[in-house]
Design a protein around this ligand. Structure first.
Ligand code: ATP
Ligand code: MG
Length: 544
């Protein structure tokens, strides 16, 4: 936890981790508060009619105990993998806590996954039990014959066939449970990466990962807990962003989390929900913020009570950051990390750390460097690999059963992210691009983020992706794929106008020589643009 709050520099230089000898996430986010303040609200669930349903910390502690007993009766032991295929909700939080208390390994899965995606992850992780709902169970049933390790299915909407009812399991088991005595380095969860660049990898984290997230959370939400603080995210809790940036740190701080279950992000509905549920602290990924920005009249719908917005997962960009400052009066705190090592660079308006177009500065407690292929630091202004030095409590233990892939992630003690960044004179780190996304044109190396950011500054553009298209003369040219705002018609003159817009604002070597209009952006379930799809398309176009 951060102690001094006056200056970023003091916070950073004085920071020392205090990781206890024994630590269990389940205990820390439920029993600890249930003992201190049992009636305190842990979760609020948005309901279509009537007021929100609530779950207290005492409820969370007791129900997770009963579920832990129930899962143990099903043969689940320490180290076993238990998957969660559920939307945001009480059962999801209760299941997470139960799994941690058992010393088992939680494998959160996105409800949007189709059968192939599920099979890949469930088989890879050797999942023995899964907690899911009817829609998840329909998909599980279809592939069950191929899931050789899966023995138990727990269904939140009552039992069905071989599946055991979630409420039944809780009702049938005692509410007293002695949590497994875990060390901070014992595995707690396996989160699959988003699969933006290739097959998703199962990153295994120890119980310490929650403590590792606290300084970044404190920066991003400007020193919670403050009176009335209440967290929410439209992101799936199956993603590191939802689980580790929102659900678990908020509960650890004794703060309520609002759960909601819309499958598709809709700017107006999101604003109404924040107002209705009195959300004070939101984690909204960049694509969602950009969708908000391109919705007419949205600013008026934002609740005045909103105190902080954290954003991560992709580059936020200058345009959206400035829009939020002007239109919402909120400085969005951008943060950076990856499933393997999250929340290591960040911003904090309250500390004066925040700059348009920059991610932010290293979060206290994390040794972040920009290095070359030999592991040497690069000069200010030169792109380098964003790297984090071990040991770091927020860093993964390794990829599941893949020591070689894990080893490849390191140069000496530096964990390399596969992302490139550039530091400026003020110590801010700017995101340059993922290794695969960097465009090489006429000898220049170009990060797509700046171009996309500039494109979304044009009034006709809602979303944009920039990729390199193979070119015999320039190696690659920049090609932009653009989704227009509602009501704007694509045309050749508009494409020309958009090209000049970027050319005038960036440079003659960075502007897209080709602009194509598309109806929608291909997004991962975590809402990130999959540039790979456009890159493949551009390559095919070049091959003719
Ligand atoms: P995969 O590793 O399977 O290809 P992924 O890298 O998208 O998928 P995640 O771990 O969910 O999976 O995402 C982390 C990545 O998201 C980072 O490595 C980085 O490329 C990008 N990212 C996160 N935060 C930011 C940010 N603030 N600015 C730019 N990019 C970001
Ligand atoms: Mg990655």
């Amino acid at each position: 936890m951060l102690e001094r709050r006056d200056s970023y520099e003091a916070l950073r230089s004085d920071f020392r981790w205090s990781i206890p000898d024994r630590f269990n996430i389940g205990v820390a986010v439920s029993d600890a508060w249930a003992a201190r303040d049992p009636g305190r609200i842990a979760l609020l669930e948005d309901r279509p009619s009537g007021g929100p349903a609530t779950l207290s910390f005492a409820d969370l502690a007791e129900r997770s105990n009963a579920l832990a007993n129930g899962l143990r009766a099903q043969g689940i032991r320490r180290g076993d993998r238990v998957a969660l295929l559920l939307p945001q909700g009480f059962e999801t939080a209760i299941s997470h806590v139960a799994i941690y208390k058992l010393g088992a390994i939680a494998v959160p899965l996105a409800l949007l996954f189709g059968v192939e995606a599920l099979e890949y992850r469930l088989v890879t992780a050797g999942v023995r039990a899964i907690v899911t709902n009817a829609s998840g169970n329909a998909r599980i049933s279809a592939i069950k014959g191929r899931l050789r390790d899966l023995e138990t299915v727990v269904l939140v909407e009552g039992g069905d066939g071989d599946a055991i009812g979630f409420d039944r399991l809780i009702a049938d088991h005692p509410v007293a449970f002695t949590p497994e005595d875990t060390a901070p380095d014992d595995p707690a969860m396996m989160i699959f990466t988003s699969g933006t660049t290739g097959p998703p990898k199962g990153a295994v984290h120890g119980h310490r990962v929650l403590l590792g997230h606290m300084p970044g959370t404190e920066m991003a939400h400007e020193f919670p807990p403050r009176p009335g603080d209440r967290f929410w995210t439209p992101a799936d809790w199956a993603w590191a962003g939802g689980l580790l940036n929102v659900l678990l740190p908020a509960l650890y701080l004794g703060l309520p989390v609002v759960s909601s279950r819309s499958e598709k992000f809709e700017p107006e509905a999101a604003c109404d929900l924040m107002a209705r549920m009195e959300v004070r602290n939101a984690f909204i990924p960049p694509t969602a913020l950009r969708m908000m920005k391109s919705t007419v009249g949205i600013a008026r719908r934002f609740p005045k009570t909103l105190r902080t917005i954290e954003s991560a997962g992709e580059a936020l960009g200058r345009e959206t950051w400035e829009w939020a400052r002007q239109e919402l009066g909120i400085t969005v705190n951008e943060i950076y990390g990856q499933t393997e090592c999250n929340l290591v660079i960040g911003s904090c308006g309250a500390l004066g750390v925040g700059k348009a177009g920059a991610i932010g500065k290293p979060v206290p407690g994390h040794d972040v460097g920009l290095i070359d292929a030999e592991g040497q630091p690069v000069a200010t202004g030169t792109p380098g690999q964003i790297a984090i030095r071990r040991p770091d409590p927020v860093m993964f233990l390794g990829y599941w059963q893949s020591p070689e892939a894990t080893e490849k992630k390191f140069i000496g003690d530096w964990m390399v992210t596969g992302d490139q960044g550039v530091a400026d004179e003020d110590g801010y780190i700017h995101f340059f691009g993922r290794d695969d996304d960097v465009i090489t044109s006429a000898g220049y190396r170009i990060g797509p983020g700046e171009i996309e950011d500039c494109l979304t500054g044009h009034e006709a553009v809602a979303l944009a992706a920039a990729v390199g298209k193979p070119d015999p003369v320039r190696t690659e040219i920049v090609k932009a794929y653009v989704v227009l705002r509602d009501g704007v018609e694509p045309s050749a003159p508009l494409a020309e106008e958009i090209k000049s817009w970027v050319r005038e604002r960036l440079s003659a070597h960075e502007y897209p020589r080709e602009v194509a209009f598309v109806d929608s952006m291909p997004l991962t379930t975590t809402g990130k643009v999959i540039r790979r799809i456009f890159r493949d398309r551009a390559r095919r176009e070049a091959e003719g």
